[in-house]
Ligand binder design. Structure first.
Ligand SMILES: NC(=O)c1ccc[n+]([C@@H]2O[C@H](COP(=O)([O-])OP(=O)(O)OC[C@H]3O[C@@H](n4cnc5c(N)ncnc54)[C@H](O)[C@@H]3O)[C@@H](O)[C@H]2O)c1
Length: 293
């Protein structure tokens, strides 16, 4: 099966990144979101990122030529001639089931539908469609243009051929794939990472140390490019909170339960970079000013 046209549902942090790496790899992409404003904002961010990567010689080709491969739309009809669909809308089971049902109706019979969900099991989303064997999980990491890993997730009814096609496509985007044989909530890498982030928050909550020192320590001691609080501010605190809750509800394992401090911050709307405050404070250009509290 030759893949030429890709449809990306959702033009947020992840959908924009996925559309970008697809266009960089030479695919024709249509990116869909709810409003023109969101699409414009996303295109602007992609343009900036592609420009930087081209300038540094990390991506071949001209920025305009790459941007020329991305079309935008506020409706789903553009999915009709897509060979492959990446879904990266909000992390909400009902919203995802709804869009998969619609995509199932619109897309051609061989088209594969892949969810980028961090925590919702593929099987629960696939069940909303009449093409369960052609639904899989392709879990990218943020920021998508920089992070090499993609977890390829098999739902209960996903066909092996679907996994092979998704795996090959993601590798053609310059990614390395990690095969996941069962769609457990949180998949594999977040299942390992969440307890460590939760422990970091609990240590701050208990006054043992500070947000800044943990981030610095994790960078210097474990060679991570970013500490857990810096990562959470980039991702959005509510994204992590919701994903932890999905894993906690499925496992009932306390080690996945979001700590009180995280719950309070999400309630207050202190969601990270996008709201100007999360674990750190930011100026209007997104420059970090210092710790939030
Ligand atoms: N943020 C991360 O680090 C990260 C990492 C891996 C996976 N994910 C997963 O990727 C998905 C997207 O996350 P994000 O961080 O990009 O979220 P985001 O909030 O930045 O973007 C979601 C976008 O989906 C749009 N949307 C909502 N309903 C839609 C619909 N019916 N059709 C089209 N667009 C719709 C919203 O307007 C928004 O622009 C989620 O499932 C999330 O769990 C996120």
């Amino acid at each position: 099966m030759e893949i030429k046209k890709i449809f990306v549902a959702g033009a947020g942090l992840m959908g924009g990144g996925i559309a970008q790496v697809c266009a960089q790899a030479g695919y024709d992409v249509t990116m869909r979101d709810l409003t023109e404003e969101i699409l414009e904002k996303s295109l602007k961010a992609i343009h900036w990122s592609v420009g930087k990567l081209v300038e540094k010689g990390r991506v071949k080709g001209a920025t305009d030529e790459i941007m020329g491969r991305i079309k935008t739309s506020t409706d789903l009809s553009g999915a009709a001639d897509a060979d492959f669909v990446f879904e990266a809308i909000i992390e909400n089971l009902e919203a995802k089931r709804e869009i998969f049902k619609e995509l199932d109706r619109i897309c051609q019979q061989p088209t594969i539908l892949a969810t980028n969900s961090s925590a919702i099991p593929v099987t629960e989303i696939a069940e909303a469609t009449q093409r369960v064997p052609k639904v899989t999980g392709t879990h990218f990491f943020s920021p998508v243009p920089m992070m090499k890993a993609v977890e390829i997730v098999k739902g209960l009814g996903t066909a092996e051929q679907t996994i092979e096609i998704a795996d090959k496509l993601c590798r053609s985007l310059g990614k390395e794939t990690i095969r996941v044989n069962r769609d457990v909530a949180g998949i594999v890498l977040n299942r390992i990472n969440f307890p460590s982030t939760i422990e970091a928050i609990k240590l701050v909550e208990a006054g043992v140390t500070t947000v800044e020192d943990i981030d610095r320590g994790m960078r210097l001691g474990f060679g991570r490019p970013m500490g857990p609080f810096e990562t959470a501010d980039m991702t959005g605190l509510e994204v992590g909170f919701n994903a932890m809750m999905v894993v906690y509800r499925e496992t009932r394992d306390e080690k996945f339960h979001p700590p009180m401090l995280l719950q309070r911050k999400v309630k207050l709307g202190h969601l990270g970079r996008k709201t100007g405050i999360g674990w750190y404070k930011y100026d209007e250009n997104g420059k970090k000013l210092g710790p939030a509290d």
